[in-house]
Design a protein around this ligand. Structure first.
Ligand code: GAF
Length: 400
């Protein structure tokens, strides 16, 4: 089985040892620095970040690790060689010509290096090995993990420290300009600022977060990958973003964060039915997110569950970013229900495939995952990949 089939969290020390081993094989000497940055799963608050709203994610115990060192032979002072264990290939680029328009897997690295250099942190020539346990295309922010890991590596190499919020902005800009994806701040922020045992209630207007413990020993986080990624043109995300901005404008507000449910209803006539549904999702989702954070802190699990299911329904019906496979997974979870140990479930991330996140009763994770997997297989013919995680530590320097 590949790492994507691991139900429990993979060991970070083992991953670090493997990445170092690979570095030595590929480049002929051991690495000097090792850094790690996690993926994330969002508990609730979807498509709210670019509307200046709230999101409520946790970093997951699945890391992108970079091992790095200086080249053995004197290379050009700006040359970077990077070996990917996923693609089993080594690419090269120059720090003096980072080429924002070239789109390939090195975009995330090139974009993050550019942001660091802009801030006066120049790492100089490097050899790198990148190894990731964050499933690709699963909506768990594998790209943010790579951007944030790269910026963290530059901190290690230069001995300087970036403000972590600025680091997430730099990584977000890499995603915009080098990967061509106009994302919000959630994914990079979660990877940079994640904390063990804590959820992050991020206010995307002020770019500040409240750390909220997930410390009920009776509750566990279960993530289930649908293993589908719908091949869309890629225009859906920017299109949703534009529709949100358009609705805010028609409502006379700077952002949808500034619109309450009451205001939206009172001004419904100003929006066509499609824009109304988009705005209805965002305005409702921002409210659900702060309510869910309060309910979680109060240990009101039935309410947290109800808000998660409502979030899913809203993403499916009003925002239209779910897909049949995600709907089947959430329906299966809901069918098993509280009696079967499921607190709540919803799609997580941008949508159109990827994962669902469920809160379940601790001790029943495997049994619940198996039951959902069986229903999923029966209804779609597909195999889902489940795993459990606790909120994980954010990006950090491991060695060097
Ligand atoms: C993607 C984006 F990158 C995030 O910024 C966020 O908008 C999310 O989709 C939807 O909540 O992960």
């Amino acid at each position: 089985p590949t790492h994507q089939d691991e139900f429990q969290s993979p060991s970070l020390p083992d991953q670090v040892a493997a990445a170092k081993g690979r570095y030595t094989e590929v480049f002929g000497n051991p690495p000097h620095w090792v850094v790690a940055a996690p993926g994330r799963v969002n508990l609730i608050g979807e498509h709210t970040d670019y509307n200046a709203g709230f999101v409520f994610p946790l970093a997951i115990e699945r890391y992108t690790v970079i091992a790095a060192g200086r080249p053995l032979k004197t290379a050009a002072s700006d040359a970077v060689r990077v070996h990917s264990t996923l693609f089993d290939e080594t690419a090269e680029f120059s720090l003096s010509n980072l080429e924002p328009k070239r789109r390939d897997w090195t975009s995330y690295l090139r974009g993050a290096f550019a942001g660091c250099i802009e801030r006066g942190l120049h790492p100089g020539t490097l050899d790198l090995v990148v190894d990731s346990k964050v499933p690709q295309g699963g909506g768990l922010s594998s790209s943010a993990a790579l951007e944030v890991a790269t910026a963290t590596l530059v901190e290690a190499v230069t001995g300087r420290t970036l403000d972590p919020v600025d680091k997430s902005r730099l990584a977000q800009k890499a995603e915009h300009e080098y990967a061509g994806m106009p994302c919000g701040i959630m994914d990079q922020f979660s990877s940079a600022l994640g904390a063990a045992g804590k959820l992050l209630l991020i206010d995307c207007r002020t770019e500040t977060a409240e750390l909220i413990p997930l410390d009920d020993p009776g509750v566990a986080v279960l993530v289930i990958n649908s293993n589908v990624k719908h091949e869309l043109t890629g225009s859906e995300y920017p299109e949703r973003r534009a529709q949100c901005e358009q609705s805010a404008k028609l409502l006379g507000a700077a952002t949808l964060r500034d619109v309450s449910s009451e205001q939206l209803e009172a001004n419904r006539a100003k929006l066509d039915p499609l824009l109304y549904r988009r705005a209805h999702h965002v305005v409702g989702e921002i409210e659900r997110t702060t309510r869910a954070a309060a309910a979680l802190q109060a240990g009101d699990w039935p309410l947290v569950g109800e808000l998660m299911y409502a979030s899913h329904a809203s993403l499916r019906d009003d925002f239209e970013v779910s897909c049949p496979e995600l709907d089947v997974l959430v329906e299966a979870a809901q069918q098993i229900g509280a009696e079967g140990g499921v607190i709540g479930a919803r799609m997580t991330g941008g949508g159109f495939g990827g994962c669902i996140v469920a809160l379940v009763r601790a001790g029943r994770e495997r049994e619940i995952a198996d039951r959902i997997g069986a229903i999923y297989l029966e209804r779609t013919g597909l195999t889902a990949t489940p795993f459990v995680t606790k909120p994980a530590r954010g990006a950090h320097i491991v060695e060097g």
